[in-house]
Design a protein. Structure first.
Length: 260
């Protein structure tokens, strides 16, 4: 595995197995390492993981950030690596980026997969996300209760190291915290453009965990119904980060979808 900085300092990893790459986009506040279980399992595929603008080791110094900024970042990275078509996979905020990218660069997609996506949030659901964004401004230590939205109690009890890992990733200071807030604000206040969603032609898989309270099964089913060429899979016993907790199920379904 090689780690590189392109001329814009966009941090990425590229495993080249001479196949159309799987490109993974992480969620807000995280970085490319959230996809380690996918990277370690899907070894027959070329894989690209990278840090979104203002995350991990990719810098960002503008006052605000938009989905267009994130889509342009990915487009630039693909041009830098001289890659034509990809299988694109996004999680949470990364799913919103993936959908935006798909609407603008349809000729570059072989397939699209979105995991844990918000869609057509109710006023109450939006208010809860905005409340969490306001709390994030205070930059208090992450509680174990917060991680219970992402993982089941059983998983956290069986994997006590997960709490320490995510505390380390999610604890932000200085410029990192400011960039986190820019991305979190974008996520919290995002308004779905239904016309754009209905314009996406790529073969799409929508997945979410059965216990995901923020990116619900109902949201994902509705999104799948609004997409032209989409199927939906519910990951049983998973919450928001089912890609980690239920990685076997997620990876199996992803592999089957790409190979069909």
């Amino acid at each position: 595995m090689s780690y590189n900085f392109d001329p814009n300092q966009n941090y990425h990893s590229f495993i080249d197995n001479n196949t159309e790459p799987l490109v993974f986009i992480h969620g807000v506040g995280l970085d490319h390492k959230m996809w380690d279980t996918q990277v370690n399992t899907l070894k027959d595929y070329s894989i690209i993981t990278y840090d979104l603008l203002g995350h991990g080791r990719t810098p960002y110094n503008k006052e605000e950030i938009t989905l267009n900024d994130f889509s342009d970042q990915l487009d630039y990275l693909l041009k830098f690596l001289k890659i034509g078509k990809i299988n694109l996979v996004g999680f949470s905020l990364g799913s919103l980026v993936a959908l935006d990218f798909a609407s603008k660069f349809q000729d570059k997609l072989k397939s699209l997969t979105v995991i844990g996506t918000t869609y057509k949030r109710t006023a109450e659901q939006r208010a809860l996300v905005i409340e969490r964004f306001e709390q994030a401004k205070l930059n208090k230590p992450i509680s174990k209760q917060a991680l219970k939205r992402w993982f089941t109690d059983k998983y956290l009890n069986d994997h006590p190291e997960i709490y320490d890992q995510f505390i380390k990733i999610l604890t932000k200071n200085g410029e990192d915290h400011l960039n986190f807030l820019k991305a979190y604000k974008l996520f919290a206040y995002h308004q779905d453009n239904i016309d754009i969603i209905k314009s996406i032609k790529a073969k799409t898989l929508v997945m979410t965990g059965s216990g995901d309270s923020g990116s619900t099964v109902e949201m994902s089913k509705t999104l799948s119904d609004d997409l032209i060429n989409s199927s939906f899979i519910e990951i049983n016993n998973g919450k928001h980060l089912c890609s980690i907790e239920c990685s076997d199920d997620v990876n199996m379904n992803l592999k089957k979808f790409i190979n069909d």
